[in-house]
Design a protein around this ligand. Structure first.
Ligand code: AHM
Ligand code: MG
Length: 335
């Protein structure tokens, strides 16, 4: 079978067979994400009809209470993961605390925890721009047989066993890695099947796109300001193009395909940027490194940052290797 015709289900099966002693738990988990992604996709695609069918908080034609899409995605992902009984814990950007999940045998025998941002960039929904789901998977460090603990969710990103995203865009694409490269699967909506469309995704080493919310420019550190000016200067292969959707998954995905750098810097002395380390920075950094790119806080490899709280924020610069290394040079020169 050629790669192009391979479905996500076949890909998961083939990958699992490559590890004769694997329990299949991770494969089942990816399968559950695939299912929740399809359910969410179906709802996201109808978002433009909201004016016709009624806004969030209203009652729809079936007499059900309509929910905001980010709440809907949160519920669907959590429900799907709990029902399948394949994780021992879930943390979501939409929930204050983590959820401990018992296995179907009642013995807390599952080994993976998942952290999800169920619908990232949800402010884009109103304008029909693309949004995404981001997920990050770790093996628990607390003993099997007991409920999960906070420390299972606060592992550094370098301990991730898998990470990925679903982009609900012009097409819906699921991109993920289990630590052996990055592959993308596009949904055929007529069949409800994901097909391997982007095997072995790699960041081009050089890119010509920089993505940052320049409205925050005055608050950036001097090194970041200098790098942005460098991107804009007419020299060598510059100026670069500025592209910013304001939807991390979409901005990242475009840069992964075309080559570029995504930046969400610290804003002034008080804050640590906007993005959440555990739900956004770590999975995106894992994918970046698996795709031959670089992901940094400006001072430190993202994957080496030790989280201290579930919803902690961190600065993120990621993308094409040479671009991110230039950025690091500017940031360090300033300190
Ligand atoms: P969210 O998790 O509340 O949706 O926020 C995360 C989003 C990212 O997708 C995006 O890159 C960023 O926020 C945009 O923020 P800003 O509007 O400040 O540029
Ligand atoms: Mg988010």
């Amino acid at each position: 079978m050629t790669n192009q015709k391979m479905t996500l289900g076949e890909f998961i099966f083939d990958n699992q067979s490559a590890f004769p002693y694997s329990t299949g738990e991770l494969s089942k988990l990816i399968n559950a994400i695939r299912l929740a992604a399809k359910i969410t996709n179906h709802e996201v695609n109808k978002a433009g009809l909201v004016d016709i069918l009624g806004d969030a908080g209203n009652t729809n034609v079936q007499g059900e209470n309509q929910q905001k899409l980010d709440v809907y995605a949160n519920v669907k992902f959590i429900q799907t993961l709990i029902q399948r009984g394949i994780v021992c814990g879930i943390a979501s950007e939409e929930e204050e605390d983590f959820i401990a999940v018992n296995s179907h045998d009642g013995k807390n025998s599952n080994q993976y925890v998942i952290l999800i941002d169920p619908l990232d960039g949800s402010s884009n929904i109103d304008v029909n721009a693309s949004v995404g789901t981001i997920f990050s998977i770790y093996r628990r460090t607390s003993p099997i047989g007991k409920p999960v603990e906070l420390k299972d969710f606060l592992q550094p990103g370098n301990k991730q066993v898998a990470a990925g995203y679903v982009m609900y865009g012009t097409s819906t694409i699921l991109v993920y890695s289990t630590g052996r490269g990055v592959n993308g699967f596009t949904l055929n909506p007529a069949l409800g099947t994901f097909y391997l469309s982007h095997p072995n995704l790699q960041f081009p080493e050089n890119g010509r796109i920089y993505s940052v919310n320049e409205g925050n420019y005055v608050h950036f550190a001097q090194g970041v300001k200098d790098y942005i000016k460098y991107c804009q200067r007419e020299e060598e292969n510059r100026p670069y193009s500025s592209r910013y959707i304001g939807s991390l998954v979409s901005d990242f995905h475009r840069n992964l395909i075309k080559g570029g750098i995504y930046m969400y810097p610290r804003i002034g002395p008080r804050q640590n940027g906007k993005l959440r380390l555990t739900y956004e920075c770590n999975p995106i950094a894992f994918l970046t490194e698996q795709a031959n790119g670089v992901a940094t806080t400006g001072y430190e490899r993202i994957l080496d940052v030790k989280p201290t709280a579930l919803h902690q924020r961190e600065a993120l610069f990621c993308g094409s290797k040479n671009m991110v290394e230039d950025l690091i040079h500017f940031v360090r020169r300033d300190t």
